[in-house]
Design a protein around this ligand. Structure first.
Ligand SMILES: NC(=O)c1ccc[n+]([C@@H]2O[C@H](COP(=O)([O-])OP(=O)(O)OC[C@H]3O[C@@H](n4cnc5c(N)ncnc54)[C@H](OP(=O)(O)O)[C@@H]3O)[C@@H](O)[C@H]2O)c1
Length: 331
């Protein structure tokens, strides 16, 4: 199966089911929930009866507008939806968010959805923006929430879920930074020669390697936390919002109108990846079209396995250098 075959089959011939599993009594966090896929996933989860849904957003005013929109469309009690500040371009904000998560009484699911796609080479914190936001901070958010997800699973005897939103673009990442004989993170931080057309795909590939490693180090045992990586498929959202020439934006707009899903439809895949009755085989898996999907050649080939191992060897110590002790939650 190739990338194009999957894309066509998924976008034109696959209908994502409307989520129906009850979230009654549950607390769920969704990052980047003020717009796009995150907003629609939050709306579904509120509709499905969650006790508390936390919209984790970088601009609180945008989060509050989203909360009002969700409350008026679902007619739930206003205290069902909370807005918490989280900026993935700032490690201190990510750490503070983790500390706040620890104060929750329970936490049943997290959708680490916030992410970026840009052609600009920008540096945020100590790396290029896709690497900082889509990979490093995304992982820190997940690891920061994991203790509470484990605790909730044991205390209430439930399966809890930690989802990272990835992308099918990881299938076709060229990942030429892997050719360096030195540090991969240093290669990704270098502006000169950066292939920004490939960078989003690379970030989602590195995220998938990381998700698989977290799942492998956190097997389902006494604490049952399902850790997965979900792609919503191509959706018409604000993800392409910045820095497009008018020609590119016209072409992109045409492609999007031709085959993209709405964010509501795409969000069904996000909700599926955290549903309370999610099957155990989702643990450590790449999910597409609401089912466990092949990881693709960049993961399963011998070359992909080498890439993953090398990434993990460098990345986990890096996480510790940013937030000492953060990986200790992995048993
Ligand atoms: N749309 C697609 O076709 C597609 C396909 C595959 C995967 N995905 C993934 O789906 C996820 C959601 O994307 P989307 O399509 O819904 O895009 P979107 O409409 O652009 O939403 C992205 C969300 O992430 C937030 N965000 C960006 N940078 C952030 C930061 N530094 N700190 C905190 N929040 C930040 C945005 O907040 P602001 O509004 O404040 O910027 C926004 O809420 C992303 O991970 C994306 O990679 C999308």
């Amino acid at each position: 199966m190739g990338f194009m075959y999957n894309l066509i089959r998924s976008q034109f011939f696959t209908k994502l089911p409307v989520p129906t599993s009850s979230f009654a009594g549950q607390t769920v966090i969704i990052t980047g929930a003020n717009t796009g896929l995150g907003l629609e996933a939050a709306r579904h989860i509120v509709r499905l009866g969650a006790e508390k849904v936390i919209l984790a957003v970088r601009t609180v005013a945008k989060g509050e507008a989203a909360a009002r929109d969700i409350i008026s469309s679902t007619k739930v009690k206003s205290n069902t939806v909370e807005v918490w500040q989280l900026d993935l371009s700032d490690y201190e904000s990510v750490k503070a968010f983790g500390a706040r998560v620890a104060t929750l009484d329970r936490l049943d699911a997290v959708i680490q959805n916030a992410g970026i796609l840009t052609n600009n080479f920008d540096v945020l914190e100590d790396n290029e923006s896709h690497i900082t936001v889509n990979v490093i901070s995304a992982t820190l958010v997940g690891l920061g929430a994991l203790p509470k997800l484990k605790e909730t699973s044991i205390r209430f005897g439930v399966k809890t879920r930690l989802e990272f939103v990835g992308s099918d673009m990881q299938w076709i990442a060229k990942y030429k930074e892997s050719e360096t004989s030195g540090s991969i993170l240093d290669a990704l931080a270098k502006k000169e020669g950066a292939d920004m057309g490939d960078r989003y795909a690379v970030s989602k590939l590195l995220l998938l390697y990381t998700v698989r490693e977290i799942a492998a180090r956190q097997p389902l045992g006494k604490a049952r936390v399902i850790v997965d990586c979900v792609t919503p498929g191509a959706c018409a959202s604000d993800i392409f919002r910045d820095d497009m020439s008018w020609l590119r934006s016209v072409i992109q707009g045409f492609m999007v109108s031709l085959f993209a899903r709405t964010t509501e439809v795409g969000s069904r895949a996000l909700v599926h990846g955290v549903k309370p009755d999610l099957e155990d085989n989702a643990h450590g898996a790449f999910l597409q079209d609401c089912k466990v999907f092949p990881n693709g050649p960049n993961v399963d080939s011998p070359k992909g396995q080498q890439w993953a191992q090398r990434w993990i060897e460098e990345f986990f110590p890096k996480l510790e250098s940013i937030q000492p002790g953060v990986t200790k939650v992995l048993s």
